[in-house]
Design a protein around this ligand. Structure first.
Ligand code: MN3
Length: 253
């Protein structure tokens, strides 16, 4: 444990948190929005930058509004990007600001649940759209290539099998949501899943650094209905060296 942290006065810690900006408040989201590059290069393209100078930003499309015609029409792209996606960016920033003010002791703590849900919805909406735009191109289609093609064959048997599954899963999302091909880190394999709305109360791609089990089985024998007391107690047993190592790993990508 870093003993220096224990000596930082309260006021300094508050200023530090403010100084660090929103990136510190939603660890992982920023790196998620910057993960990978469309051209395989080291630095992200402008269209992949969803977070800058402490706030979420709406990146430009990586192509013209009419570039995906006739498959996706220009008007749809204009409304979808300029109105809908922009709305998620605004919503995510507002939620972030509210949560940050709660973290620094100035905010409306009883509404922390509301703002956390707002961040999950808008933050995931933002992240998914950045991904979505960059997943498309005017000369796209065809089949996967290289290592991805191998991974798809390993996970789904064949590219055709993947296509069948992806279409079936994406087509059967209940209500509003997404079909997703994802890298599942436990297995190291690929999976096809759905997301309802954008988030199902997580931010897609978030690499968890710290977690507390708040199912009743985790605390009821000792704390009964007093979950807050249990979480307070949990704060005393966190292995911050481990959490810090996870943070370093997440930043390394
Ligand atoms: Mn959308």
């Amino acid at each position: 444990m870093n003993k220096e942290n224990e000596k930082v006065p309260e006021i300094s810690r508050r200023n530090m948190l403010k100084g660090l900006g929103a990136g510190a408040a939603v660890l992982g989201a920023g790196s998620m929005l910057r993960a990978g590059t469309a051209d395989g290069g080291d630095s992200p393209a402008e269209s992949e930058i969803g977070f800058r100078d402490g706030v979420y930003v709406l990146p430009p499309l990586p192509y013209a509004y009419d570039a995906l015609e006739p498959y996706i029409d220009e008007q749809t792209m204009r409304l979808h990007h300029d109105i809908h996606h922009a709305g998620y960016v605004r919503g995510a920033n507002r939620a972030l600001e509210k949560l940050r003010s709660i973290a620094t002791g100035d905010g409306d703590r009883p509404y922390s649940k509301h703002w956390a849900r707002e961040l999950a919805f808008h933050g995931s909406g933002h992240a998914m759209h950045v991904l979505f735009w960059n997943c498309m191109t005017h000369d796209g289609g065809g089949v996967a290539r290289g290592d991805l093609a191998k991974a798809i064959r390993l996970s789904f048997g064949s590219f055709e099998g993947f296509t069948e599954l992806f279409r079936a899963v994406s087509g059967s999302v209940e209500g509003s949501g997404w079909g997703i091909l994802g890298y599942e880190s436990l297995s190291g394999g690929l999976i096809v899943i759905q997301a309802e709305k954008h988030q199902d109360l997580t931010v897609q791609g978030t690499y968890p650094l710290l977690a507390v089990d708040v199912w009743e089985h985790a605390y009821y024998l000792k704390y009964q209905n007093k979950r807050a007391d249990y979480v307070k107690a949990f704060m005393n047993v966190i292995n911050w060296d481990y959490v810090g190592a996870r943070y370093a790993a997440a930043r390394m990508g």
